[in-house]
Design a protein around this ligand. Structure first.
Ligand SMILES: C[S@@+](CC[C@H](N)C(=O)[O-])C[C@H]1O[C@@H](n2cnc3c(N)ncnc32)[C@H](O)[C@@H]1O
Length: 207
């Protein structure tokens, strides 16, 4: 399997050029996310890709710190932030475990299309919990592929062997909710945008 950073570095330019696949689902996700954001919020986004979502949401909050393990994704995101003259975002290469991120310093942590790619998902969610202020929100959307098709469980290992796919965890929506709840969260909102395969949107409050 390719190292995650190398895999995403190689795909960053194409990822940036690719139009959003399902605009309606993306808009629903953004609308539901914005409903939980406030102008004085300090926000962290992990696994930002080329930064489009952080830049879109920047006007709804005080500041967004952003991390992605791919340096090429971060370079593109920084270019876009400068080009769009958006000054309240800080993009840096790294993960949720970056020591520069202070515990209990964020009102909201966001992770879109990331959790199923993490080999250390429970410990990453535990770290999200530690980074949030008391009562802070973890907002995520994660594709849940378990039981959806017989094709992917066969095709994915072959693609991984050929270095055409990264690590992917096959989750059900219930499993995902269970892992988040186990790490010290109460789920306050869910949705599927789109419904099939479920791209599971979860808003969870730190308990
Ligand atoms: C499927 S893309 C999603 C990008 C963006 N959030 C979106 O919804 O379009 C996954 C991103 O997560 C990044 N990534 C992978 N593993 C990561 C990790 N452990 N920590 C932070 N970012 C990671 C990849 O570099 C890639 O940019």
């Amino acid at each position: 399997m390719p190292k995650s950073e190398n895999f995403w570095d190689k795909r960053a330019k194409k990822y940036a050029e690719r139009p959003i696949k399902d605009v309606q689902s993306y808009n629903q996700t953004m609308a539901r996310t914005k409903a939980h954001l406030s102008k004085d919020d300090s926000v962290l986004e992990i696994g930002c890709g080329t930064g489009s979502t952080a830049l879109l949401l920047a006007g709804s909050v005080q500041h967004i710190s952003v991390r992605d393990t791919s340096g090429t994704m971060i370079d593109i995101a920084n270019f876009k932030a400068k080009d769009q003259k958006i000054g309240n975002t800080t993009f840096a290469r790294g993960s949720v475990f970056d020591d520069a991120l202070g515990e209990q310093s964020f009102n909201v942590v966001m992770a879109f299309n990331l959790l199923h790619l993490l080999e250390d998902m429970p410990s990453a969610i535990r770290r999200v919990n530690a980074l949030l202020k008391p009562g802070g929100l973890f907002i995520s959307k994660t594709v849940c592929m378990a039981g959806q098709s017989w094709v992917w469980p066969i095709a994915l290992p072959i693609m991984q062997f050929l270095r055409l796919a990264p690590f992917v965890r096959f989750l059900t929506t219930d499993e995902l909710e269970g892992i988040i709840t186990n790490e010290g969260f109460e789920i306050i909102e869910t949705g599927n945008y789109p419904a099939s395969p479920p791209s599971h949107f979860i808003v969870a409050r730190k308990t």
